[in-house]
Design a protein. Structure first.
Length: 208
């Protein structure tokens, strides 16, 4: 039996393929503390790479399946996260002892208040940690259902499809790039953390 580490993108993709993408993205998009530790960007990009075949090796995953599963997981997870927020998200956030979860929740509130619902839901999808708590926070703050559903769907589809297709494009243009999946995952982690680092730098500068 293959041991599967849900925190390891390569392990999830090897064991479950596109279904693994759906489940992990669903959880990461709205299950609060559970989804907070799961890979998102670092799963979608390698999945796209594995969809690209070469003359020597056929694709390991079907592109259309990964695209559909990524979109469904992102949108459905966002809606579930919203419902969790409406039915007690604040109490759940108050009980958690994880500082990063509380900090991300506070940032989500600031984003929704400062940028407006539509723009905040779009931006939040592309920021690690923030996207997991943004949807429950939106539910707790009473963002209208129609507004939330529209913009979280647009944001979820854009985010998920863009990362998968970016990985696919790289895999199709660079021979044997899938041999370096771990390095790719590391690069995606660094890039995905940039918005957080920039925001932290701005906040620190404003306080000074």
């Amino acid at each position: 039996m293959i041991a599967v580490n849900p925190l390891n993108s390569a392990s999830v993709l090897a064991a479950f393929g596109a279904i693994g993408v759906l489940v992990v993205i669903f959880a990461e998009s709205g299950l609060l503390v559970v989804g907070f530790v799961l890979p998102g960007d670092t799963l979608l990009f390698p999945a796209g790479v594995l969809c690209a075949g070469t003359a020597q090796q056929p694709p390991r995953l079907a592109l259309w399946q990964v695209l559909v599963c990524a979109a469904v997981g992102a949108v459905a997870g966002g809606q579930v996260g919203y419902l969790i927020g409406r039915r007690g998200g604040r109490a759940l956030l108050a009980r958690t002892s994880r500082r990063r979860v509380k900090a991300a929740a506070a940032r989500a509130e600031e984003l929704l208040a400062g940028y407006g619902y539509g723009k905040a839901l779009m931006i939040g999808r592309f920021v690690p940690f923030l996207r997991t708590v943004l949807h429950p926070v939106a539910g707790a703050l009473g963002v209208p259902v129609r507004t939330f559903t529209l913009w979280q769907t647009v944001g979820g589809v854009l985010w998920s499809q863009a990362l998968v297709l970016a990985g696919y494009s790289l895999g199709a243009s660079v021979p044997r790039i899938d041999d370096y999946l771990l390095l790719l995952v590391g690069a995606v982690v660094v890039v995905s953390m940039l918005p957080l680092l920039i925001e932290a730098w701005r906040t620190r500068r404003e306080r000074r």
